[in-house]
Write a protein that binds this ligand. Structure first.
Ligand SMILES: Cc1cc2nc3c(=O)[nH]c(=O)nc-3n(C[C@H](O)[C@H](O)[C@H](O)COP(=O)(O)OP(=O)(O)OC[C@H]3O[C@@H](n4cnc5c(N)ncnc54)[C@H](O)[C@@H]3O)c2cc1C
Length: 1023
C-alpha cells in the first residue's frame, strides 16, 4: 500500500477542528421535515425506554452510581480490580477501601428499581461490616464472621456486573446463550475478550481462541446470507505484543499473516470477521493490514471482512472514503461498523502528554455525533459497503432509520448488556436487522472491557446515562447535534485546551513528535541523517579529541578540544567581569533570552536529536524527550523568573519603604552529566542565567558536542558570550573550577560521591564565602507492587522504568518489590515482554534499548551480571552487531532481601524481591533505610495503601500506578533527598531561589523632613 493513499487521511488530522467539522456539517444535516420525523420516532423510542420496559436494573444501577458520585468512582475502582486479587488480606483491604468511605445511605431507596435499592442495602451492610471504626463486641464479632461473607458477596456482585456485559466464559457458552430468550432475534458478533497482549505466548493464546471461536461459530451458522450469519470480531492488540507505530516494520507484516490465517478460517467456516478499531495511533497500521487481507487472491470470493470506524476521530470521514475505494478496487463488499469510539479520554490525555499539535479526536460530544451522521450518510451512499451502525443512542438510530427509508440492506449493532430495548422495538415494528457484539471470556480478561463499559454508562455525556437520568428532559435527549455545532461554529471545547496550551498563559508546552505519523517521522529522520554527515565531516579544532558513538565505537561522531588551565582562568575572569551588567539587566530581558532559546531549540530539533542519538546513545523517543525537556526548562524558568525575581515591596510602618530584591550570586558553575546531555545541561545553565548569574558550564566528558551546540544556541538567543562560557573536560577541569574562589555557587548532577567531594572542596578554603551547592545525585529506586495491580500495566511500566534509556536515568527503577502472591505471574509476563524488546543501534527508530555510555560503564555492569549469574531470572539476548558497541543486555536479578541492594547500578539491570501481603509498611521502611530518596513507584488500587506509602516514603518523587521516569518540568518537579540530593527540585517553583542572594533595602522617607505621604492621606481620601 502506497503512502499516497493516506494523504487525505493525514491532511484531515492536521486541520483545525472547526474546519474539519464545517466540511462534515452538510452531510450530517437533515431537512426540517426530516428532523420532525426523526424527533417523532426518537421520542417514541425514548418514551418506551423510559417507561422502563427495557431499562434493565444495571442501567438504573449505573445511573444511581454515576461517575459524578464518589460511590460510583469507588465501584468502578472495585470492579476494575477485585476479581484479580488472589489473596484474602488484600481483597479485604480493597473492599474496605472502596466501600468503607462511601455514603451509601444517601442512595437508599433513591432508585425506581427495587433491585438497585436492594444492591444499595447490600453495600450499606458491607460498609457496616468493614468499618473498623465502629466499636462494640457484637459488631466486632459480626465483622470477623463477616469477612468471608463480604468477600463472597462482593465477588458475586462483580461477577454479576461482568456477566451483564459478557455473554459467556467460552464460545460454546456464548453461542448457547445467544440462542436463548430475547437474544434470539439478534445476529451476533463474538469477540474473544483480551487486548493489549504483552507477550508472544499471550498473543498466541488469543489467536488460538479466535480460531476456535471462528470454527464454532461457523459450525452453528444456519443462515444462507453470509451477512446475516453470526461473525467474530477481533482486536489486533490481542494478537501482537508490540502493535505500536515504531514497530510497524515487524508488527504490520506479522499481524497481516495472523489476520490472514483468521480470515482464511472464517472463509472456510462461511462467516464474517470484523477488525475492531483501537487507539488512534494504530489506525494507519490497521488499514494497511485490512488492505492486505482484502487483496489476498485466496480470499477473492469471500465478502466477510469488516472493519470498525470510530466517528470521534477527525479522520473518520476520510477512513470511510478509503474503505469505499478499497471495496470498489477489490470488487468485493466489505462491512463497515460505524462506532463513535471507546477510548476518548485516553486519546485526550495521550495527546497532551506527547505534546501533539492537536487531538486526533473531536473535543465536543456533539461534534462526534455530527461526524457519526456524516459518515453514516457516506456509508449509505457507498455501493459496495455493508453498513453496520453501532450505537445505543435513540436519536442517532432514528436519524439513520429516517435516511434509510425503506432500505434494509444494513444493520444496527449493540453491545451485549446494552441497548436491548432500543432494537427489540425496531426489529419488531420496522423489520431492521440488528446484531449484538458479544464478548466471550474469563473474568481475568474482562476487566479492561468492563471498565470501558462502566465509563460509557457512567459518563454524563453519554446517551445511555442521560436516558436513565430523570432530570434530563426529552428536549435534552433530542437536541440536534448539527445545530449545536453550527451554533459554536465548530469551535473546540473551551475546557480542553490544545496540547500546546496545556499550561495556559504561563508558557507554551513543548512540541512533541507524532510517532504514528510516518511522513513527520521520516522528515525528522532525514534531517538527522544530514546532521550526522555534517558532524562527522567536521575534524574539529587542532589537538581535538575524537568523540565516538557508544553504539559503534568505530564511528566518529565529532571532535572536542578540552579546556586547559589557561582557558579556565580566562573564562572565570571574563565571567566575573561580565556578571554585574548581566544581573543589572531587567528580569524580563533575561527571561526573553530563555524564550528565544526555547524556540531555537525547537527549530533545531532534528540536529539536537541527531547528537542525542549518536553521542549519548539515545533512542528516537528519548531524543525527542530530551529536546522537549530542555525547551520546557527554558519556558518554565523564564515564567518563574518573571514571577519570582521581581522586587517585592514589603509592608511596614508609615514613613519607610521596604523592598526585597533577588540578585544573582555571581559566577555559577554548572556541572552536568552525560545521561541528559541537553536537558539537564540546559536546565542548570538557564536557571543560573535567568537569575542574573554568569555561568561556567562544564559538561560531562562523554557528551561535549551536545553542550557545544547548546551553548552556541544560547549565545544566538542573546546571552552575551562573556556571560556564558563552556569548558569541556574531565574531573580535573571540574575540580579546578570548584576550587576557585571566584565560583559563587555550584549546580551539580551526578554521583553522590562526586557531590560529596564538591561539598568538601567548597568548604576547604577558609577565606572563601559559603557557597551553595545544588546537588542531584542517584538513588536505589524501588517500585512496590501489590496484588490489586494490573499485571499488564505493571509490566509495561517496569519495562519503561527499568530499561528505557538503557536504565541510565537517575530516576530509573532498580528494585522491584512484588507481593509474593502475584510475583510468579508478573515475572513470567515480564520475561515474555523483555523478549520482545529490540536492542541495538538507536539510530534505528524501532530500537527500544541502546548502548550504555562507554566501555568502562559496560565493563562494570557486565562484570556485575557475571558475578550474579546464578541469580539471573531473565535477560535479553544481544544482536550480533552489538559487539561493536557498549551494549549490556537488560537483565533481571533476584535478591533475597531489600537490603542486598547497596549500590546504584546505572544500567539496564533490575533487581527483584518479594514481600508478604501484611508487610507493606515494613517494605517502605526498609527501602527508606537505604538512605537514598529519589524516586519510588507504587502499583496498587487500594487508596489506603497509597496513603500509607505516601506518608512513609522518604523520596523526592513518588509515582502511583504509572511509570517512575519522565518527570515533566513544572508538573513533576524533580529531585531527591538524603543521599539523593540537596534540593531544591529542578523544574520546580523553588529552584531559582538558590541561584540568587536576597537583599532588602529600607529607606526612612521622613529623614529628609516630615512624612509627606501621611500628611496628604486625608486629602487624597477626601479627593
Ligand atoms: C457493536 C459495537 C461495536 C463496537 N466496537 C467498537 C470498536 O471497535 N472500537 C471502539 O472504539 N468502540 C467500539 N464500540 C464502542 C462504542 O464506541 C461506544 O459504545 C459508543 O461510543 C457509544 O455510542 P452511542 O452512540 O451509543 O452513545 P453516545 O452517548 O451518543 O455517544 C458517546 C460517544 O461520544 C463520545 N464523547 C463523549 N464526550 C465527548 C467529547 N467531549 N468530545 C468528543 N466526543 C465525546 C464518547 O467518547 C463516545 O464515543 C462499539 C460499540 C458497539 C455498539
Amino acid at each position: 500500500m502506497s503512502d499516497t493513499e493516506f494523504t487525505a487521511l493525514r491532511a484531515l488530522y492536521r486541520l483545525p477542528e472547526p474546519e474539519v467539522l464545517q466540511a462534515l456539517l452538510p452531510a450530517a444535516a437533515s431537512t426540517p421535515q426530516e428532523l420532525d420525523s426523526i424527533r417523532e420516532r426518537a421520542r417514541g423510542l425514548i418514551a418506551e425506554l423510559r417507561a422502563g420496559r427495557h431499562l434493565g436494573w444495571i442501567d438504573r444501577f449505573l445511573h444511581e452510581y454515576g461517575l459524578n458520585t464518589e460511590e460510583g468512582v469507588a465501584l468502578l475502582g472495585l470492579a476494575e480490580a477485585y476479581l484479580r486479587v488472589p489473596d484474602a488480606f488484600t481483597a479485604d483491604r480493597l473492599v474496605q477501601d472502596k466501600i468503607g468511605p462511601g455514603d451509601w445511605g444517601a442512595h437508599a431507596g433513591a432508585s425506581p428499581s427495587l433491585r438497585v435499592n436492594g444492591a444499595t442495602l447490600g453495600l450499606m451492610l458491607t460498609r457496616y461490616l468493614v468499618d473498623e471504626a465502629e466499636g462494640g463486641p457484637v459488631r466486632r464479632l459480626v465483622h470477623r464472621m463477616g469477612e468471608p461473607a463480604v468477600r463472597a458477596g462482593v465477588a458475586a456482585a462483580m461477577q454479576m456486573m461482568g456477566e451483564q456485559f459478557v455473554l459467556g466464559r467460552d464460545i460454546d457458552e456464548g453461542l448457547k446463550r445467544s440462542r436463548r430468550g430475547a437474544g434470539a432475534i439478534f445476529r451476533y458478533s463474538f469477540d474473544m475478550l483480551g487486548e493489549g497482549a504483552r507477550t508472544r505466548a499471550d498473543a498466541a493464546d488469543y489467536q488460538a481462541a479466535y480460531l476456535e471461536a471462528i470454527a464454532a461459530v461457523g459450525r452453528s451458522a444456519e443462515d444462507e446470507d453470509v451477512f446475516a450469519r453470526d461473525t467474530v470480531s477481533v482486536k489486533l492488540s490481542a494478537l501482537h505484543p508490540r502493535y505500536e507505530p515504531l514497530q510497524a516494520d515487524r508488527c504490520v507484516p506479522e499481524l497481516t499473516a495472523l489476520v490472514l490465517q483468521l480470515a482464511h478460517a472464517a472463509k472456510a467456516a462461511g462467516i464474517g470477521l470484523t477488525i475492531d478499531a483501537e487507539e488512534a495511533d494504530r489506525l494507519e497500521m490497521s488499514l494497511r493490514i485490512i488492505a492486505s487481507v482484502m487483496a489476498d487472491p485466496a480470499l477473492k470470493d469471500w465478502e466477510g471482512l469488516g472493519m470498525a470506524v470510530q466517528a470521534y476521530q477527525r479522520r473518520a470521514a476520510a477512513v470511510v472514503t478509503w474503505a469505499d475505494q478499497l471495496s470498489r478496487a477489490s470488487g468485493k463488499r466489505m462491512t463497515v461498523r460505524l462506532v463513535k469510539g471507546a477510548y476518548w479520554d485516553t486519546e485526550i490525555k495521550r495527546a497532551q502528554e506527547q505534546g501533539l499539535v492537536d487531538y486526533p479526536v473531536f473535543t465536543r460530544k456533539a461534534a462526534t455525533d455530527v461526524s457519526y451522521l456524516a459518515c453514516a450518510r457516506a456509508l449509505l451512499a457507498a455501493p459496495r459497503l455493508y453498513p453496520a451502525f453501532a450505537t445505543h443512542n435513540a436519536l442517532t438510530a432514528a436519524t439513520i432509520m429516517q435516511w434509510a427509508g425503506a432500505r434494509r440492506d444494513f444493520e444496527f449493532q449493540r453491545l451485549h448488556g446494552m441497548g436491548v430495548g432500543l432494537y427489540e422495538g425496531l426489529i419488531e415494528h420496522a423489520g431492521v436487522n440488528a446484531r449484538v457484539y458479544a464478548p466471550v471470556g474469563g473474568y481475568r480478561d474482562l476487566l479492561a472491557y468492563l471498565v470501558r463499559r462502566l465509563l460509557e454508562n457512567g459518563a454524563n455525556s453519554s446517551f445511555v446515562n442521560q436516558l436513565a437520568d430523570p432530570t434530563i428532559g426529552e428536549a435534552g435527549l433530542l437536541a440536534d447535534p448539527v445545530a449545536a455545532i453550527r451554533q459554536v461554529g465548530g469551535a473546540p471545547h473551551p475546557k480542553i485546551p490544545r496540547p500546546a496550551d496545556l499550561y495556559g498563559a504561563e508558557r507554551r508546552n513543548s512540541q512533541g513528535l507524532d510517532l504514528s505519523d510516518p511522513p513527520a517521522v521520516s522528515a525528522v529522520l532525514a534531517e538527522m541523517q544530514k546532521a550526522w554527515a555534517a558532524e562527522a565531516a567536521d575534524p574539529g579544532p587542532p589537538g581535538a579529541r575524537l568523540v565516538l558513538d557508544p553504539a559503534d565505537h568505530r564511528r566518529i561522531v565529532g571532535a572536542v578540544r578540552e579546556a586547559d588551565a589557561d582557558a579556565c582562568g580566562r573564562a572565570l575572569a571574563a565571567a566575573v567581569a561580565a556578571q554585574p551588567a548581566w544581573a543589572a539587566r531587567p528580569v524580563e530581558a533575561r527571561a526573553a533570552c530563555l524564550d528565544r532559546l526555547a524556540d531555537l531549540l525547537e527549530a533545531r530539533r532534528p540536529q539536537l536529536m541527531a547528537l542525542a542519538v549518536r553521542e549519548a546513545g539515545k533512542t528516537l523517543a528519548d531524543a525527542i524527550g530530551e529536546v522537549r525537556e530542555a525547551v520546557d526548562f527554558c519556558r518554565y524558568y523564564a515564567a518563574r523568573a518573571r514571577q519570582d525575581l521581581q522586587p517585592l515591596t514589603l509592608p511596614g510602618p508609615t514613613g519607610e519603604t521596604n523592598e526585597l530584591r533577588m540578585v544573582g550570586r555571581g559566577v555559577f558553575l554548572c556541572i552536568s552529566p552525560w545521561n541528559f546531555p541537553l536537558a539537564i545541561f540546559t536546565g542548570q545553565v538557564v536557571a543560573a542565567l535567568v537569575s542574573g548569574d554568569s555561568v561556567i558550564a562544564k559538561p560531562a566528558p562523554q557528551t561535549p558536542l551536545m553542550a557545544r551546540r547548546a551553548v552556541a544556541l544560547m549565545h544566538e538567543a542573546g546571552v552575551p558570550e562573556d556571560v556564558l562560557h563552556l569548558l569541556p573536560g574531565g574531573p580535573d577541569v571540574g575540580q579546578a573550577l570548584v576550587s576557585d574562589r571566584r565560583v559563587a555557587g555550584v549546580a551539580f548532577t551526578g554521583s553522590t560521591a562526586t557531590a560529596r567531594r564538591i561539598a568538601r572542596t567548597l568548604l576547604e578554603d577558609d577565606q572563601r564565602p559559603l557557597s551553595p551547592l545544588i546537588a542531584e545525585t542517584g538513588g536505589l529506586n524501588a517500585m512496590i507492587v501489590d496484588s490489586t495491580a494490573l499485571p499488564e500495566q505493571v509490566v509495561a511500566d517496569v519495562i519503561t522504568s527499568a530499561f528505557r534509556s538503557a536504565g541510565q536515568r537517575c530516576s530509573a527503577l532498580r528494585l522491584l518489590c512484588l507481593q509474593e502472591d502475584v510475583a510468579p505471574a508478573i515475572l513470567e509476563m515480564l520475561e515474555g515482554a523483555m523478549a520482545e524488546l529490540r536492542i541495538g543501534d538507536p539510530a534505528d527508530p524501532s530500537v527500544d534499548v541502546g548502548p550504555v555510555i562507554d566501555a568502562a560503564a559496560a565493563e562494570r555492569l557486565r562484570g556485575y551480571i557475571a558475578r550474579n549469574a546464578g541469580r539471573v531470572l531473565a535477560a535479553c539476548a544481544l544482536p550480533p552487531a552489538a559487539a561493536d558497541g557498549h551494549f549490556v543486555p537488560p537483565t533481571v536479578i533476584r535478591l533475597d532481601r531489600i537490603e542486598d541492594l547497596t549500590e546504584e547500578w546505572f544500567g539496564p539491570i533490575l533487581h527483584v524481591v518479594t514481600w508478604r501481603a501484611e508487610e507493606l509498611e515494613a517494605v517502605v521502611r526498609r527501602i527508606n533505610a537505604s538512605g537514598f530518596g529519589l524516586t519510588m513507584g507504587l502499583h496498587s488500587r487500594v487508596g489506603s495503601a497509597q496513603g500509607l506509602v505516601r506518608s512513609l516514603a522518604r523520596v523526592g518523587n513518588l509515582y502511583v500506578n504509572r511509570s517512575m521516569i519522565g518527570a515533566v518540568v513544572g508538573v513533576q518537579p524533580f529531585g531527591g533527598e538524603g543521599l539523593s540530593g540537596t534540593g531544591p527540585k529542578a523544574g520546580g517553583p523553588h529552584y531559582l531561589h538558590r541561584f540568587v542572594v536576597e537583599r532588602t533595602v529600607s529607606i526612612d522617607t521622613t529623614s529628609a523632613g516630615g512624612n509627606a505621604s501621611l500628611m496628604t492621606l486625608d486629602a487624597s481620601l477626601e479627593g
